[in-house]
Design a binder for this molecule. Sequence first.
Ligand SMILES: O=C(O)CCCC[C@@H]1SC[C@@H]2NC(=O)N[C@@H]21
Length: 267
Amino acid sequence: MASVRPASGGSTFDEKKQGRGAMTWPPGHERRVLASVDSTMAEAARRSAVLAGPEWILAERQQAARGRRGRTWRMPEGNFGATLAMPVNGAAPVVALRSFVAALALFDTFVAVTGRAEPFALKWPNDVLLNGGKVAGILLETHQGGRVLAIGFGVNLVETPAPGEVEEGALAPVSLASETGAAVAPEVFLDHLAAAYARREADFRTYGFAPVREAWLAGAARLGQSITARTGTSETTGTFETVDPSGNLVILTSKGRVAIAAADVFF
Ligand SMILES: O=C(O)CCCC[C@@H]1SC[C@@H]2NC(=O)N[C@@H]21
């Protein structure tokens, strides 16, 4: 399914040869760059049975990229689409907290490549906003009975989906290039993201969810403001109060406090 681009596939990281930045590729992490694949999530699923350690799979083109809740994710060339597949231990709800770790790593990466933090914000559960529009999304899947986690990152580096391709009521998509003028190649973005993710993951493994939660809340969009959370069967509107220690969205409504585990949020 995948066609591997030999020039940059494999685990060797030679930043001078690749012309990339001066950050350190996380030791022990495999790095695979594919010219084309159906979906890096599908590729991670195929790799999951033989995975020896963390592995980043970056694709220049994806024919069948997927988004949250079974949606299609469109990835024009030049945008960023990658999946981190890694062995994990622990109960499913703890594994799922990686969505916050991943969102923070994306936030760190945007700050690293633009030198600015203020235009970026985090939208529960795991989108990154830029000037109020969606610039990146994250998708989590597990394999091998929960022993392998795949975290997919889709970033509009240069292009956005056409307006007709965006779900009604969803935030307008924006691209990093059009909003900030930053021209970042996907492989350079990957180098920053892999380093940032490794740092955030190490903190999560050492200190647990508390510091991740605190950092996530510090960057949260619409905290203290009115939001609407929609599941397939219900809609809750109220004040976005916090994210609780289990990662649930907490909304204060006229009838009291509601903790929501999974939903789409609308502003
Ligand atoms: O719906 C979302 O916001 C999540 C989008 C995730 C898209 C990325 S692109 C790389 C990886 N491969 C996929 O098929 N999906 C994710």
